[in-house]
Design a protein around this ligand. Structure first.
Ligand code: GLY
Length: 351
């Protein structure tokens, strides 16, 4: 088991290892004053791990109940959020009790927001079951639901009390959901130099998944402790996301987030290579790693459509957008860029 301490204003630990879901109760109990626990999960994940979490919490002395919503991004709404809040109230949770978010990014974001809002904030323990949630969304305290106006438009920053990442949960993921998680892993290797880069370049990285997740979490820890509220450095975590979000939007959200981010990174690196912003090694490593993890590097949408989708919800920010520009393998910078320049980069990034 690996433990990473996150020293945000409210510090907490991320533990990563095999078989940890069955230890949720003993790991969480010392952090929670009350003895009521609510498990929040999607209908796909609860049948797989709900009972293991319940048993573990009961062994640690909690009285446990569960609320299960229909799995998927469509459920990430204010209505589902209010259902969860009403569930907490009906079961008379107090501020001493806790919510356990069991699942991927949708569950973590939504249950995290419910915990942050209920009685002005109760304890939340994140139990990520996807690779994407393990390396990204469960850590750092971003919580949200979607509005008609867009994804994650209603939310707060609220750090969890603990993150328990059981690497065995990754074994039951649908193949595309596992693969899309690698895009966020690869992203970390492009924004920070360090051991993760060697781990990804070595043979059979999947066999060292515990170390890889821990290295990603360490990078996220460094970024988030420097800029908890996303005012500067934290935007480095958006590498590949501007074009990625545009691809998701153009596809009517039928593309997986991680797949879109992979193409976003590939396009940005190709464009920056053509403009002499990044070196040849950066491009070579991107092609190699994206291929190695089965991630796409192209999309069918024309440059004009991608630009329109990328800027449509940002028109009010004065005609500029902050882009994450790659300079070399492991080094990216933030640059405020006029929309026209983004258009040029998107066009250059197409193959
Ligand atoms: N997922 C990006 C962030 O946490 O800032």
């Amino acid at each position: 088991m690996k433990t990473i301490e996150i020293n945000t204003a409210r510090p907490y630990k991320v533990v990563v290892g095999s078989g940890l879901i069955g230890q949720t109760g003993e790991l969480a109990a010392p952090l929670i004053r009350g003895r009521k626990a609510v498990i929040v999960a999607g209908s796909n994940v609860f049948p797989l791990y709900g009972e293991a979490v319940r048993e573990s919490l009961e062994r640690a002395g909690f009285s446990v109940c569960s609320t299960v919503y229909p799995a998927g991004e469509k459920s990430k709404t204010a209505d589902t959020l209010v259902d969860i809040l009403n569930f907490l109230a009906e079961h008379q949770l107090t501020r001493a009790d806790a919510v356990f978010a069991l699942g991927g990014g949708v569950t973590g974001d939504m249950a995290g927001l419910a915990a942050a809002l209920y009685q002005r904030g109760i304890t939340c323990v994140q139990l990520p079951t996807t690779l994407l949630a393990a390396v990204d969304s469960s850590v750092g305290g971003k919580t949200a639901v979607n509005l008609k106006a867009g994804k994650n438009q209603m939310g707060v920053f609220s750090q969890p009390a603990l993150v328990v990442c059981d690497t065995d949960c990754l074994k039951t993921l649908p193949p595309e959901v596992y693969t899309e998680g690698w895009a966020e892993v690869v992203k970390y290797a492009f924004i920070r130099q360090g051991p993760l880069q060697e781990l990804l370049l070595a043979e059979k990285p999947e066999e060292r998944i515990e170390e890889i997740i821990a290295e990603c979490v360490k990078i996220k820890r460094d970024v988030v402790t420097e800029d908890e509220f996303d005012l500067g450095t934290r935007q480095l975590l958006n590498f590949g996301h501007t074009i990625g979000h545009a691809i998701e939007k153009c596809s009517g959200y039928s593309w997986y987030h991680g797949m879109a981010v992979a193409v976003g990174m590939a396009m940005m690196i190709r464009a920056c290579r053509k403009k002499g912003i990044c070196d040849e090694e950066c491009l070579e490593k991107a092609e190699l790693l994206l291929k190695k993890f089965g991630l796409p590097q192209d999309c069918e949408y024309p440059a004009e459509a991608l630009l329109e989708a990328a800027v449509s919800d940002k028109k009010r920010s004065g005609g500029t957008i902050t882009l994450v520009l790659p300079e070399s393998f492991g080094v990216c910078t933030l640059q405020k860029t006029p929309f026209e320049q983004l258009g040029e980069l998107i066009a250059l990034g197409k193959r």
